[in-house]
Design a protein around this ligand. Structure first.
Ligand SMILES: Nc1ncnc2c1ncn2[C@@H]1O[C@H](COP(=O)(O)OP(=O)(O)OP(=O)(O)O)[C@@H](O)[C@H]1O
Ligand SMILES: [Mg+2]
Length: 400
């Protein structure tokens, strides 16, 4: 009766009682037939089959794991619900609602109207450091594919010489390193349905930029060591760039500027940053990220503190971060405008709490609170059995 709800099951029982009143033999026949059918179903599922007729995969490997890997590597992205995707992304990526909305809409369109022999999309995330460009790509891969395995992240700053292209696309036979496949071809060979994140794209050599044109125009890359061609039509390319960040930030300060206007402005800024026109024209969309401001800074710092705390298998008690800590973070960010963005502030606070977290963990705590103490942050273990009484602070650290 698998798959029937309770109404169905009740119906069958009532029907059997009625049949049993009219003809007990028929009722017994039906019960025995149902028993036989259930037995056959179980045997058919393979769990109780004699070994010699079992599926070899059932017998010789962990079939479920194999099927999961196979399905995940061959799964094509279906049309998505852009509203759901956008709200999932917004729950993790703070203060970039305009980008997230237009990105989700664009992806929905691209997935609905696939272009033959082209990647699903070639997108560019532009803006200042530490405002969530790389992070959005990471969160997106989790939402689309359910696993970080589908993200191939390549730091493009290491390819500032034209000859470094060999590391990405392999070397022709006879050259040094020709036994090693290129990073891009290997990534596409292993997991073709993935996001290829080309981080800090503008820092790579212009010749290397152009090497991506066949991936974007013709829908494949050629591995030079053996001439194999790997399709790119299941891949999404995301380029992150800092080029023109200051101008984009200045333009974005005007609250009446819409996300579309900002994106167009960012595309213009990339042109001025010496991107080759043929490369720029192959980028489907440029998404301009706004600088984080006000309470969004506090949100990011609070999330970073939570992430750090979880690294020590600890949790932050409800309302456990002293607002003064977050207020100081906003203040420090606004005053100093650190080069690394909000990431730099968050890292400073992480340094302040690291020792306290170690001590809290060593003391057997599960829950902690963070209390501001001048320039320091105290990590206070919370005794769950005595909620009213707070133990003494575990550790204090002076600011650097
Ligand atoms: N908008 C945001 N929402 C949530 N977390 C953020 C946001 N911006 C930054 N962070 C946090 O800061 C870290 C650094 O951000 P990220 O790597 O995305 O910066 P970026 O914009 O790619 O900067 P860069 O140009 O220097 O590479 C992230 O891993 C994330 O934890
Ligand atoms: Mg980045």
């Amino acid at each position: 009766m698998t798959g029937l709800n309770w109404v169905g099951r009740l119906g069958i029982v009532i029907a059997l009682i009625v049949i049993e009143k009219a003809s007990p033999a028929l009722a017994w026949f039906l019960v025995v037939a149902a028993g036989l059918a259930a037995t056959c179903y179980l045997l058919f599922k393979g769990n109780f089959l004699p070994r010699f007729i079992m599926d070899p995969l059932e017998r010789l490997t962990r079939k479920r794991e194999l099927v999961d890997t196979f399905e995940s590597k061959t799964k094509k992205l279906a049309i998505i619900d852009d509203k759901t995707l956008a709200s999932e992304l917004k729950s993790k990526v703070i203060g970039q609602n305009g980008v997230v909305d237009s990105l989700a809409t664009r992806l929905r369109q691209r997935l609905a109207a696939r272009r033959p022999s082209k990647p699903i999309a070639v997108m560019c995330f532009a803006g200042a450091p530490g405002i969530g460009k790389t992070y959005l790509a990471k969160v997106l891969v989790e939402q689309l594919y359910g696993s970080a395995k589908h993200l191939h992240m390549i730091e493009m700053a290491q390819f500032d010489q034209a000859h470094a292209a060999a590391t990405l696309f392999g070397s022709p036979k006879g050259y040094v390193g020709s036994n090693e496949p290129g990073q891009i071809s290997k990534a596409l060979r292993d997991i073709p349905n993935s996001i290829i994140l080309l981080d800090e794209f503008e820092k790579a050599h212009r010749d290397i930029h152009k090497r991506f044109l066949s991936a974007w125009n013709d829908g494949f890359v050629t591995e030079l060591s053996d001439g194999s061609k790997y399709p790119t039509n299941e891949a999404i390319f995301i380029l992150t760039v800092n080029a023109g960040a200051r101008r984009i930030a200045e333009y974005a300060r005007d609250p009446s500027v819409t996300q579309d206007e900002l994106n167009k402005f960012a595309k213009g800024a990339l042109q001025d940053a010496q991107f080759a026109p043929e490369v720029l024209s192959r980028i489907d969309d440029v998404f301009a990220f706004r600088e984080l401001a006000g309470l969004d800074i506090a949100r990011v710092v609070a999330l970073e503190m939570e992430r750090k705390t979880k690294e020590y298998q600890l949790e932050i008690a409800g309302g456990g971060i002293d607002p003064d800590i977050l207020y100081s973070a906003i203040d420090a960010f606004t005053q100093r405008k650190p080069e690394g963005g909000v990431r730099e502030i968050a890292r400073h606070i992480e340094d302040l709490i690291a020792d306290g977290l170690i001590e809290a963990k060593a003391g057997g705590a599960n829950l902690v609170e963070f209390v501001a103490d001048g320039e320091r942050v105290l990590v206070v273990p919370v005794d769950e059995s005595l909620p009213a009484e707070k133990p003494t602070p575990a550790k204090t650290e002076p600011t650097g």
